[in-house]
Ligand binder design. Structure first.
Ligand code: DQA
Length: 148
């Protein structure tokens, strides 16, 4: 099946951006690892990063047309602000897993609220780049279940 890794604002700076919080791996490293992990499980991973809300929304709409089965969604700061991203994810009705490198609940109070989490399958937060790997593992397991 098709799996989409969707990365929001500032995640293009991974590796150089606040490495104590977000680690030293670049987004390219993470995407390459995810593509390999998905392929080994018999799936196809594509990825998309944008700093612009409307472009992320456009990619979510496209995911319906290209029959994406699951989205790994790190919306970055839009997680805490964007009703529009929430509405896009609801509109396409594609199951998604919310992902964060950092443990958002151990950080500033404004990161504790997510506009996405209650419509997500689940959330992985706090494991650095492993958050994506764990989320992909969960996605693969879910896709293997007949009801998925
Ligand atoms: C983040 C957490 C968000 O609060 C922050 O705005 C980000 C990255 C994470 O992956 O830990 O940009 O989504």
């Amino acid at each position: 099946a098709k799996i989409l890794a969707l990365h929001g604002p500032n995640l293009n700076l991974l590796g150089v951006r606040e490495p104590d919080i977000y680690g030293r791996e670049t987004l390219a490293d993470i995407n390459a690892g995810l593509a390999e992990q998905a392929h080994a499980a018999g799936h196809e991973l594509s990825w998309y990063q944008s700093n612009a809300e409307h472009e992320l929304i456009g990619r979510i709409h496209q995911a319906r047309d290209d029959r994406t089965a699951m989205i790994l969604c790190n919306a970055g700061a839009f997680t805490h602000t964007s009703i529009a991203l929430r509405d896009a994810l609801s509109a396409v009705a594609i199951p998604f897993i919310e992902v964060h490198l950092s443990n958002v609940h151990a950080r500033e109070p404004f990161r504790h609220h997510s506009y996405l989490v209650d419509i997500a399958v689940g959330v992985v937060s706090g494991f650095g780049s492993d958050s994506y790997r764990l989320a992909l593992d969960a996605a693969v397991r879910r896709l293997a279940r007949p009801e998925a």
